[in-house]
Design a protein around this ligand. Sequence first.
Ligand code: NOJ
Length: 485
Amino acid sequence: MANTTLDKWIFPKGFAWGAATAAYQIEGGWNIDGKGPSVWDTFTHKGGDRVFKNQTGDVACNSYALWEKDLKCIKQLGLTHYRFSLSWARLLPDGTTSFINQKGVDYYNKVINDLRSNHVEPMVTLYHLDLPQALEDRGGWRSEKIVDSFDKYAKFCFRTFGDRVKLWLTINEPYIVSRLGYEDGILPPEVKEQGVALYQVAHNMIKAHARVWHSYDTLFRKEQSGLVSIVLYSGWAEPFNPNSVDDKAASERYLEFMLGWFANPVFLDGDYPAVMKSRIQNLSKSQGLSSSRLPEFTEDEKRMIKGTADFFALNYYTTRKVSYEESTCFGPSFLGDQATKESTDSSWPVMEPFWLAVVPWGIRKLLKYIKDKYNAPAIYITENGFGQKDPSPLEDVQRWSYYRQTLTEVYKAISEDHVDVQGYFAWSLLDNFEWTFGYDVRFGLFHVDYENPDLPRTSYKSAKEYAKVIKNNGLIGPDQFGVSA
Ligand code: NOJ
């Protein structure tokens, strides 16, 4: 609801104000200075309209060569934190520590050192969708061997950069990688074994994350005193019919299959949500299978996984209305397992990409839900933002208004619901390669002119307004664009 009397939203002292990026989406330099190929290089080079106009991340914003330009943007905003990811294949071209690419180490050392000397805290993601192709060739996330490879890579990163990096994120959005890469088959490695592969992949991701957290905890924490978490994607879900018991249960189930799938093991009891276990078990049986399609954790594994996050890292973009719907197909599928149908409300504005219905109050509800369900963890909103279709106006008034509304909802979550939100990261610092949407969707606070070989970065209005928010540690005064918060 609009808060018409209050015109000052000052955030807690020390609140982290950030922006985020990811290696494949900004770096370019896909094959230079010894970098190995990742699954995204392979995928985009196949063409075949997998990506809008067959675009690739070969050059992207060329941040590998133009880091100084990015740093300028970061300073212009006055960010306290900058979230970026390491390209695993730039550091370890074949994914293993048998060969270390010093040029890659030098690049990230420079980024980290420059950030720190400008009093910007780095928050570093180890894996943001770009698995080294060499590891994919050996089974990738479907093989349990990945747990060991990821742990070795992570230990190498902690050893190399951990003296200066205190905020670590293991895996970005395991839900999206499993769902779109192994169920829908639209992201690499384009597997479409419905109702099966995504659960195996997620299982290995959870184990890999937990192993890495333990490695940090036992080998590095004492000396480096940093924090480690996993980035979870979740929307908010409202029952389609608020008076329907079935729709209420469906929206709860929707959250369990999206967020609880990962958050329950890590933050609660080391295991999947009960509703996932029972539904998938029963459906597997009725599909003639001798065991559940959802793998089981052993008791030792549960103990190992439980409690392996030092804070809650949340990516929030959108909200859905959810109703109860049993699948009419007999075969296994993630949607059939969930028995839900999602839709949006016609009053919710839609930004780019098409899935991004703007629902600022959804973030407040989700934050409260996380507080209540996951024992009031410290939360960083590691991503939130709105895309615009190319060509996008530098005067992005509407978009800033959505940012502003979202920030007021975060403020209310902190001040009225007492949720321990410690930071907010806008996605993204720069316009960049938006996966299958290529350069057609622009999420940046800074515009990138891809037609110009110098790839100049120019601030959108949102960047200027966000800089004021950071300077004031909050929002001051009514929305001058006339959109009520
Ligand atoms: C979340 C992902 O982490 C990021 O890579 C992507 O660009 C944004 N969502 C926007 O879709």
